[in-house]
Design a binder for this molecule. Structure first.
Ligand code: HEM
Length: 386
């Protein structure tokens, strides 16, 4: 006999508001506690009381179901809906329309096309400071310049791009506030640059690829928002890990360093869907409309899936991890559109950095719209003779 969601384990609640307060103030502790209780009950799912039925799963089986079954796990009512920056384009489209839309966008974000942009993005990387610097602030600045180069051949008004993306970094509710004037200015700038490309018969930057597609200007705006903080936070943490573990600082090791960085600190720490119909999961009936969550953060640190999960060890990547355990870019049909772009930008940046040492700072993960370090992350170049 199937039981209802209320039979699932849950983290401790607070009288009156369930999990809402902890969800807002310390969500990582909350979900870690939920996962520990689910494991203790030999399960892979726990519930959260967020004002509507919500469940969080972290096993490979749950991840595969949520990411592969787009008919059941719908994006339309997910958390992205409440953030105007992410509320649109391919991010909110669902099966059956989603696949076609992605199919049109994928070639522009594939490896072959990105390699054609590489000379331009490499040239746009800001110089590395000669003395001590905050890797978080520098990564922020560098990623803005790199995205401007990849999307717009560095022709987008840099101050406007900064103003557009800065609120995403702030705690809730700032990213969820409507900004019609700012969005209109951004769309005007995107339109101006798109027309310039049409006038000169095309181009090879990402705007040239996206602009002719249906809804292409919206896709440009929404994907930029998805690109910036995620890539900034991944780059900042990668630099910090390299400064703390300098023996891994060489281009041959950087791919494993990036994988390990994203395992421990996945910027997309939690993904959400809504159930399109009732679903039976290991004897529990999950109701239509429930919020269904997966967490690259929990799966990447699950002691059942990883040896010494809290240890930074790029060497573990000599072996393949279990399928559906490592999901910093999601998976399935909705796999991150910018996965290759982010990897290319980050690996090129790491290759350009001198040997570094960590000076000090606060790498504590701060979960907001994306997961990033509290900062600063102060590092310094190591002199050649040191
Ligand atoms: C290290 C950097 C990045 C990380 C960790 C990351 C992470 C993710 C994750 C986890 C998802 C899946 C969300 C879900 O299933 O709920 C996703 C989707 C997406 N990402 Fe990224 N992302 C990164 C960089 C980028 C970049 C550079 C772009 C620029 C194009 C981008 C654009 C998108 C888009 C448009 C989607 C939605 C895809 C769809 O639903 O079909 N991301 N990303």
């Amino acid at each position: 006999m199937a039981v209802s969601v209320s039979a699932l384990p849950e983290p401790p609640t607070r009288p009156g508001n369930g999990h809402l307060q902890d969800w807002a103030l310390s969500p990582l502790t909350l979900i870690e506690e939920g996962a520990a209780r689910a494991r203790a009950a030999s399960g892979d799912l726990f519930r959260l009381r967020l004002g509507l039925p919500a469940v969080v799963g972290f096993s490979p089986a749950w991840n595969r179901a949520l990411l592969s079954n787009l008919g059941t796990f719908r994006s339309a009512g997910s958390f992205s809906r409440v953030v105007p920056y992410l509320s649109g384009g391919v991010i909110l489209s669902d099966a059956p329309g989603h696949a076609g839309r992605r199919g049109l966008m994928n070639p522009g974000f594939g490896r072959a096309h990105l390699l054609a942009l590489q000379a331009r993005t490499r040239a746009a990387l800001p110089p590395v400071p000669a003395g001590e610097f905050d890797a978080l602030a520098w990564a922020d600045h560098a990623v803005l310049a790199l995205l401007n180069a990849a999307y717009f051949s560095s022709e987008f008004d840099a101050a406007l791009l900064h103003a557009f993306l800065a609120p995403l970094r702030r705690p809730f509710p700032v990213p969820a506030l409507p900004r019609p004037l700012l969005f209109r200015r951004v769309e005007g700038e995107v339109r101006r640059l798109a027309h310039a490309r049409l006038g000169r018969g095309g181009g090879d930057d990402l705007l040239s690829v996206l602009a002719p597609l249906p809804g292409g200007l919206e896709e440009t705006r929404v994907s930029l928002a998805a690109a910036h903080d995620t890539t900034t936070h991944a780059l900042a943490y990668a630099i910090w890990h390299l400064a703390n573990h300098p023996r891994w600082h060489s281009p041959e090791h950087h791919p494993a360093v990036l994988k390990e960085t994203l395992r421990l600190h996945p910027p997309g720490w939690m993904g959400s869907r809504r159930l399109g119909h009732d679903l039976l999961w290991n004897g529990v009936r999950l109701p239509r409309g429930a919020l269904a969550l997966y967490s690259p953060y929990l799966s990447g640190r699950d002691p059942g899936l990883w040896a010494q999960p809290e240890t930074f060890d790029p060497g573990r990547w000599a072996h393949k991890p279990p399928a559906w355990a490592y999901l910093p870019f999601g998976g399935g049909e909705r796999l991150c559109l910018g996965m290759h772009l982010a990897q290319l930008l980050i690996l090129d940046t790491l290759a350009a950095l001198p040997p570094l040492r960590a000076v000090g700072g606060d790498p504590t993960p701060q979960p907001g719209l994306t997961l990033g370090p509290r900062g600063p992350l102060v590092v310094a170049p190591v002199p050649a003779h040191a």
